[in-house]
Write a protein that binds this ligand. Structure first.
Ligand code: SF4
Ligand code: SF4
Length: 121
């Protein structure tokens, strides 16, 4: 189920992110991992929350649960904190609040194709 769009620009300090979570929604895969991400995450979480594609070059992704990343912690309705925040992939860290990718995600209700991940200074 796609999320509705969110209006307005989020606070630069990320304080609106838990109530938004749109950039953690993107089917069929939300976030990919490189070697540094795998080392940071560690084997138990890699086994539980990631998947390696069958086809070359065998990229590893966070598992998706439908349209969202399976690492989202959805225990509180309407809140979308990352369940692996301290060890989340670098790609997730690049989506800064107020960046082009963030604003597109808020408009679409899920991560889109924007390549502008960093907030304009
Ligand atoms: S889309 Fe923007 S405001 Fe929403 S969670 Fe991602 S970075 Fe935060
Ligand atoms: S790992 Fe965390 S920050 Fe990255 S997409 Fe999944 S829930 Fe969002």
């Amino acid at each position: 189920m796609a999320l509705p769009s969110v209006s307005g620009e989020p606070a630069a300090d990320g304080s609106d992110c838990v109530g938004c979570g749109r950039c953690c929604h993107h089917p069929p895969n939300t976030a990919s991992l490189l070697l540094a991400d795998e080392a940071r995450m560690g084997e138990p979480l890699l086994t539980r929350l990631t998947v390696i594609y069958d086809r070359p070059p065998h990229f590893r992704f966070m598992k998706n649960d439908g349209e969202r990343c399976a690492a989202l912690d959805l225990r509180v309705p309407g809140e979308y904190p990352c369940g692996v925040y301290a060890v989340r992939p670098d790609g997730c860290r690049e989506v800064e609040p107020g960046s082009a990718a963030c604003l597109e995600a808020r408009r679409l209700g899920h991560l889109g194709t924007s390549t502008g991940f960093h907030r304009p200074r």
